[in-house]
Design a protein around this ligand. Structure first.
Ligand SMILES: Nc1ncnc2c1ncn2[C@@H]1O[C@H](COP(=O)(O)OP(=O)(O)OP(=O)(O)O)[C@@H](O)[C@H]1O
Length: 248
């Protein structure tokens, strides 16, 4: 991959679930360091698009390239190698509830370790400096040995981001990471999503256009599975947004 290869390139990408076309004819190119907000009403296709980008959802039509590679062309080992470069925060956060925070944070780098080391870390987790640093970055160092299910929603969200910081992904995909947070926490969380590195590329689905304006460089509007605008956040107008959220 050369320096100018886009991080993401979708050409006429589509996804059908049965007879329902959840995404159709999506063209999207994202370059390194961009922060792209996906906007659109419920059911518009935002999660499906994020799924195409991390390989958890296969395209029914068109092509999906991430770091210049297409998931469909890769062996399972190469798919995992590609996915290690991608950090995903899902709506459910994917934390293991009944274990200590340390376990969940370590999960951010299991894929980088040999199998014996990964198993040892699950049985006898030991915090090292990078674990403490990741938790400190999100203001949660005190929670290292807390049980995950005793934390508040906002605290759990920060643990998920600390795990991402440890993974050091080049591409971060976040699916409505702030939908259940108050405005101050939402702004703080979006700031933290930049923590893994200023060069990291972010694609984040959001329900609040104001947050896209503050924290992203670009906004892509999805309606009924199609891209209806792709604009710099400064060019987001009331007209574009009212088309996006208008009831059919
Ligand atoms: N696994 C699936 N099986 C069947 N239909 C699906 C599946 N995943 C998504 N869909 C459908 O595809 C459409 C797009 O869903 P998607 O979850 O991508 O929307 P979204 O914009 O992320 O919505 P929300 O903002 O509510 O999370 C919806 O009509 C949804 O019901």
């Amino acid at each position: 991959m050369s320096a100018s290869t886009p991080v993401v390139r979708l050409r006429q990408a589509g996804r059908r679930f049965g007879t329902h076309q959840a995404l159709h004819q999506v063209d999207l190119t994202v370059h390194i360091g961009e922060r792209v907000a996906l906007l659109g009403a419920s059911g518009a296709g935002k999660s499906t698009l994020l799924g195409l980008l991390n390989g958890s959802v296969a395209a029914s039509e068109g092509t999906v390239e991430v770091f210049g590679r297409q998931f469909v062309d890769l062996s399972p080992g190469d798919v995992r190698a590609l996915q290690r470069r991608i950090g995903t925060i899902t709506q459910g956060l994917d934390l293991i509830e009944q274990v200590r925070v340390l376990h969940n944070i370590n999960a951010g780098r299991l894929a980088q370790w040999s199998s014996p080391r990964a198993v040892a870390s699950l049985l006898w987790p030991r915090p090292d400096d990078s674990v403490r640093a990741a938790l400190r970055r999100v203001g949660m160092e005190w929670a290292l040995h807390e049980r995950t299910d005793r934390l508040s929603g906002g605290e759990r969200q920060r643990v998920a981001i600390a795990r991402l910081i440890l993974q050091q992904p080049e591409l971060i995909l976040a699916d409505e990471p702030v939908s259940s947070l108050d405005p101050a926490r939402a702004a703080e969380t979006l700031e933290l999503l930049r923590a893994p590195g200023r060069d990291a590329t972010l694609v984040v689905s959001l329900h609040q256009p104001a947050l896209a304006r503050q924290h992203c460089t670009r906004a892509v509007g999805l309606r009924d599975g199609a891209v209806i605008f792709d604009a710099a956040v400064d060019d987001l107008t009331a007209d574009l947004l009212s088309d996006l959220y208008a009831l059919a």
